[in-house]
Design a binder for this molecule. Sequence first.
Ligand SMILES: [Ca+2]
Ligand SMILES: [Ca+2]
Length: 346
Amino acid sequence: MRGLSATARSSRSSLHPSPAEREREKNKEGPGTERGAALVTVLLAVTLLTVVVVEFTYSAQVDHHLTDNAFKALQATYLARSGVNLALLVLKNDTKKSSIDSLGDDWARALPPLPAGEGAVLVRVTDEQGKLNLNALRNTSGTINGQWREVAERLFELQDLEPGLLDPLLDWLDSDDFPEPRGAEKTHYLSLTPAYLPRNNLLLSLGELGRIEGFTSTVRARLNQVVTVLPSSNTKINVNTAPLAVLAALFPSVDQAVLEQFLKSRGEAPVHGPTDLRERLGFDPRSAIEGLTLIDVRSEFFAIQAFATVASVSQGLTVIVQRRAAAVIPISWQPAPLLSMNEGAT
Ligand SMILES: [Ca+2]
Ligand SMILES: [Ca+2]
C-alpha cells in the first residue's frame, strides 16, 4: 500500500507541478532559448516594418510621379491653347493684309517649335478650303450635288480608291432611304451590331467617316490630306492652297505637267480670280469650264494644329476655325494626332 501511494503521489506531482517545480523546469531550458525567441520576434518586427516602409515609399513615389505628370500635362494643354491663340491672331491680322489667301501668307509659314518655359509648342495652320469639303456633296434640299459628285469620283480615283466607294457616303449624306447601286442606307445600318442610323444630313466631323460602310482606316488615311468636313455645304475650293490631286480632280482636261507648273507659279504670284486661273491653265476664253465655278481664291475655314511638350509630356489640339470679316471663331476642338517636333525644322 505504501509503495502504491508513493507512486500515486509521484504521478500526481508530475501531472500538477507545484509553482516551485514549474520554476525549476523553466530554469532547465536555460536563458539561451529565451534570447532566441526574442531575436525571432525582433527580426519579424524589422521585416514587417521594412515591408511597410518600402510600400509607403513606393506609393509616395507613384503619387509624386502622377502629380508631376498631371501638372506637366496641364502645362502642355495650356501651352497648346496658347499656340492656338497665336494662330488665331495671325489669321485675324492676315485679313488686313490681303483679300487673297495663299501659301505665301503669314499663317502658312512653317515656324520652328516656339520655346516657352520648360516646354515648346509647334503650331501649324492649314487651309481647309484647299481640300474637297464632303458636305458640299449635299444640296441644302437633301439631294446630291452632281457637280461635286463628279469631282469627288475623280478625286477617289486619283487616290487609288474605287469610285463606287462614294455611294455609301452619298447615302449617308442624302435625306432619302433609297440606297445608291453600291450604297447603304438605314436597312443596312440597322442590321449591324450595335445598330445605328445613317446621318442623312451633313457630316459633323471627318471622324464620322469611320461609321460609313466601306470607309476603313486605310481608305480614310488615303483621303485625309485631300478631303475635309466643314459645317456648310456652300463652300468652294481655294486654288491657291489646293494640292495637286484636288486640282486634277477639278480640272480633268488639264495635263499633269501644266498643273505642276501652275503649283510653282502660284507660290510666286497667287491667283486673283477665275479669269486669272483660266489664263494660267491655258483654257480657251470662250469654253465653259465647270471647275471654274467651284473655285475661290480666299478661304473662310482653317485648321489649327498645336502640339505642346513639357518635359516628356505632350498634348495636341486640332481646332477648326471660321474666319469672318471681324473675327476668327473656333468651331470645333479635338485632340490632335501627335506631331514630331522635328517638323519645325523642315
Ligand atoms: Ca440617305
Ligand atoms: Ca440614298
